[in-house]
Design a protein around this ligand. Structure first.
Ligand code: ATP
Length: 311
């Protein structure tokens, strides 16, 4: 199925490494122009291999990838110039200054120098004061920001962020997400992998889940949470129950061990979550409650269930 609005289209992508290990199996995916797509998966699932394939770092064993119509293998330069990649690891010359490294990156993509743009980029990333510092003199968080500056140096339309906030402190994380929001507003398409699933829950338009080299799910975030999410209602009782009265019995309703709470777990997309009905039945049974609490499953819980089911 192809999406007319796709900026990246991946068809039947396979990757088997020289070791014989198959890291990607028949991946089909369209990334929509301007969206923020979060790619989730456990360690070793194939996220970095997938990103590397789109960016021309990993050579696919089979299948096709297009970025804005350019085949990423045959039209490598044209495709790559559209893409910024923030990798997990810093592999840059530690002796170079921040300014030189970032300006050089821009040149690598054949873009004419634009000192005003580089200055703004370094200012946005709070690196301006460090522009003359050598990379090796920077803190880990600053080095990360240099990676982002390099990835954005040639004004790409597509940005891949591979675990951008792993091992990064809270302030820097917040700063990074502000920057990501700013890029999105300017129409940059963003593909992100993260182990902090709450970040994907906050920011992503769509979620893809990859497990053991297979793309097991691609879904609009809200649809996913409504489809697979569960809601739990807890009713705290004034007096304990000795087991669940037959008149209250319904799917997913349980009494706590101490008898002081009833918990009702139901799927968000089902119709049977008739809370008013439960309240009426409680009243009819003369059961009084002192408090109510509802909780909805997070994307993290949904993700853990998904990956558990399939492994
Ligand atoms: N060059 C390589 N040769 C052989 N196997 C590799 C190579 N690179 C990666 N792999 C294997 O491919 C699988 C997918 O790795 P990949 O780095 O894509 O996973 P990931 O989802 O990004 O993991 P993480 O979340 O840990 O970064 C892993 O089992 C890994 O060991």
């Amino acid at each position: 199925m192809s999406d007319d609005n796709a900026i990246i289209s991946i068809r039947n992508l396979d990757k088997t490494y020289a070791s014989g290990f198959t890291a990607l199996k028949n991946i089909n995916l369209d990334i929509r122009r301007g969206e923020l797509f979060a790619l989730l998966g456990p360690n070793g699932a194939g996220k970095t291999t997938l990103i590397g394939s789109v960016c021309g770092i990993v050579t696919p064993s089979g299948g096709r990838i297009h970025a804005n119509g350019y085949d990423v293998v045959r039209d490598y330069r044209a495709a790559r110039s559209l893409i910024g990649l923030v990798p997990q690891e810093l592999a840059t010359d530690g002796f170079e200054s921040v300014w030189a490294t970032v300006s050089f990156s821009r040149g690598l993509f054949g873009k004419p120098p634009n000192p005003a743009y580089i200055e703004q980029l370094l200012r946005d990333l709070s690196l301006w004061d460090k522009r003359h510092a050598r990379i090796m003199e920077l803190s880990g968080g600053m080095k990360r920001r240099v990676l982002i500056a390099k990835a954005l140096s040639h004004e790409p339309e597509i940005l891949f962020l591979d675990e951008p906030t792993a091992g990064v402190d809270v302030d820097l994380r917040r700063g990074m997400w502000e920057m990501v929001h700013g890029l999105r507003k300017r129409g940059v398409t963003i593909i992100l992998t993260t182990h902090y699933i709450e970040e994907a829950e906050d920011m992503a338009d769509r979620i893809g889940v990859i497990n053991r080299g297979e793309l097991v799910l691609v879904e609009d975030k809200h649809t996913l949470m409504a489809k697979l999410g569960k809601k739990q209602l807890t009713v705290y009782l004034q007096d304990p129950l000795n087991g669940l009265p037959a008149a209250l019995a319904r799917d997913g309703l349980e009494v706590s061990n101490d008898g002081y709470a009833l918990t009702w777990t139901y799927d968000l997309h089902r119709e049977h979550n008739d809370i008013a009905g439960l309240m009426r039945d409680l009243q009819a049974q003369g059961i009084h409650f002192r408090d109510l609490h509802t909780q909805q499953s997070s994307l993290e819980e949904i993700f853990v269930e998904l990956v558990k089911e399939r492994s």
